[in-house]
Design a protein around this ligand. Structure first.
Ligand code: FE2
Length: 191
């Protein structure tokens, strides 16, 4: 399996294919199945049935070889499959950066949304190919597939920012995104 490079990193060109959704040379690939998303969907029974059933892949993340270490600037392409669990649209786990630093997402394919929560305020950005979603420091972030085909985006982020998934389990994301006739129905997290 490809791995992150070991610092110090040399200047390098990375081939970015927005059609094939690849980065080359490639780094590690992450696959999140339904069973990896425990405690995140509102309907626990529906989640449990899906996780213990065919346990579908919900999203994948392919990375470049640039490592997740301080001062480096890694990149990755996330692809979220279309679907919903009891109406709640398939999504990433969502995380906060333990070291509050910004990040950008560039939508590449399909339709999606970027849900952000700073612990008090919630923001939602519609993400269509060509949209750059800016995530300011201190805002937890989750991506959602709002369409009926895979939704993909490129992320560029500070390598030392880290990923705190427990933050979301503890505090939620402010809102949840449900499938609606037109677009998305955002509902309060706890309802
Ligand atoms: Fe992030």
């Amino acid at each position: 399996m490809p791995e992150y490079q070991t610092p110090p990193i040399s200047p390098m060109a990375i081939a970015f294919d927005a059609e094939k959704l690849t980065l080359s040379p490639e780094g590690p690939t992450l696959t999140r199945r339904m069973s990896d998303l425990e405690g995140l969907f509102r309907d626990h029974d529906a989640w449990s049935a899906a996780a213990s059933g065919d346990d579908p892949i919900v999203y994948t993340v392919v990375s470049s070889p640039v490592p997740e270490v301080e001062r480096e600037l890694p990149q990755s392409i996330t692809t979220i499959m279309p679907g919903d669990t009891a109406g709640e649209l398939w999504m990433t786990k969502g995380h906060q950066h333990p070291d509050h630093q910004g990040e950008i997402y560039l939508a590449l394919h399909g339709r999606g949304g970027l849900l952000m929560f700073d612990g008090e305020r919630t923001e939602w950005l519609d993400m269509l190919p060509g949209t750059i979603g800016y995530i300011p420091p201190g805002w937890a972030h989750r991506s959602v597939n709002t369409g009926d085909e895979p939704y993909s985006f490129l992320a560029v982020y500070p390598g030392g920012a880290g990923h705190d998934y427990g933050w979301v389990l503890e505090r939620g994301m402010g809102s949840r995104a449900f499938r609606a006739e037109s677009g998305v129905d955002l509902r309060p997290y706890a309802e």
